[in-house]
Design a binder for this molecule. Structure first.
Ligand SMILES: *Cc1c(COP(=O)(O)O)cnc(C)c1O
Length: 368
């Protein structure tokens, strides 16, 4: 079937590989777990995982067991860590059958995993998740001794890793970050003292990969930076990151309108002068968020053009009065080099992570 629609997300494999190498350069003595949860932040989990593994990623990280199964079904054999609730299955055999390593933080998860391992005549591997201030999942430091005590009675499970996660993704709260590091270090010593076969301690997200070498430990867990965005302006320039996604569409319709002409739902934009208005076949149903109404810019024929009026479900208008050479069919860059996720997040009142995740299923990913 021919495609009529020109809206697509071009994913540059060489940028993915480049960003992974940049992460490794930031933490040369650590292994790299490439975070590919949420369909690799909207970039396509299977393709991105392949690119990262080829570029030297040691592990892959997913949020859901289902996401791990998708990688296995695609034939990806790299070690996979389930960052979310992998320890909470009624039947933990699915983890062992698919070589997915869960993070566990309660004795009942440990017992479930041990029962599955026993039933299969196998030894399971798990990483302990420690809550060092995120307040989401993980054993509180005070709960760790009981967890390790329970583990000692269950030889079917080897606790080979210790993980935590920073609550301040931009590390702008140095006191909280230092406290998290202290708690993590205490957890590491407790695990070693309990005789656990600890191989991998890890807690560095992109921000800590870029800005906190003390948090690199045995493995880093970058996500956002692998897709080419810095977690906060303070980290720009620490690594040379290349946006992996260029979200493009094209001008579907052009019209010249007199001054005073209102555009789109609610007439929230009005031409201040005689204007040339382009309609783009993309809208909030594609993840071009309605919050971008009257605030975002796109690139048309290489020039910045402002969104004019309310973003609709399937259409968005832009003011191209100052774009020479614009025509029906002109290529439009919505997001990518020239219109960064950071910029789009800022004007849309969100964060780059959400900008990427918002790019919808309706937008085909095309790998270059
Ligand atoms: C998402 C996630 C990461 C990656 O964070 P970024 O800020 O995208 O680098 C790392 N660890 C865990 C547990 C996560 O959930």
């Amino acid at each position: 079937m021919d495609r009529v629609r020109t809206t697509e997300a071009l994913i540059d494999r060489s940028a993915l590989a480049h960003n992974l190498r940049e992460a490794r350069r930031c933490a040369p003595r650590s292994r790299v777990l490439a975070v590919v949860k949420a369909d690799a932040y909207g970039h396509g989990a299977v393709e991105c995982s392949r690119a990262f593994v080829e570029a030297g990623a040691d592990w892959l990280g997913v949020a859901l067991v289902e996401e791990g199964l998708e990688l296995r079904a695609a034939g990806i054999r790299a070690p996979v860590l389930v960052l979310g609730l992998g320890g909470d299955y009624t039947d933990h055999r699915i983890l062992l059958q698919n070589d997915l390593v869960p993070m566990i933080f309660r004795p009942d998860q440990l017992a479930g995993l041990a029962a599955a391992a026993r039933a299969m005549g196998r030894v399971a591997q798990a990483h302990v998740k420690l809550d060092t201030g995120m307040g989401r999942i993980g054993a509180l430091p005070a709960e760790l001794p009981a967890l390790l005590e329970a583990a000692r009675a269950l030889p079917e499970v080897r606790l080979t890793g210790l993980a935590s996660h920073f609550a301040n993704a931009d590390l702008r709260d140095p006191a909280a970050t230092a406290h998290a590091l202290e708690l993590f270090e205490a957890g590491r010593r407790a695990m070693l003292a309990a005789g656990m076969p600890l191989e991998l301690c890890h807690l560095a997200n992109s921000a800590a990969t870029l800005g906190l070498p003390a948090a690199h430990y045995d493995m880093i867990r970058p996500g956002l930076m692998l897709y080419g965005a810095a977690p906060a302006p303070a980290f720009e320039g620490v690594a040379e990151l290349r946006p992996a996604m260029t979200w493009v569409t094209s001008v579907a319709h052009l019209k010249r309108v007199p001054a005073g002409t209102p555009i789109s739902y609610g007439h929230r934009w009005r031409a201040r002068r005689e204007s040339l208005i382009a309609s783009l076949p993309v809208g909030y149903a594609d993840g071009y968020r309605r919050a971008l109404t009257n605030t975002a810019h796109v690139l048309v024929e290489g020039r910045r053009a402002p969104v004019a009026g309310t973003v609709c479900m399937d259409m968005t208008m832009v003011d191209v009065t100052d774009v020479p050479g614009v025509r029906v069919g002109s290529e439009v860059v919505l997001l990518g080099p020239g219109v960064t996720a950071t910029e789009m997040a800022e004007v849309g009142g969100t964060i780059s992570w959400e900008v990427f995740c918002a790019v919808g299923k309706r937008v085909p990913r095309v790998y270059t």
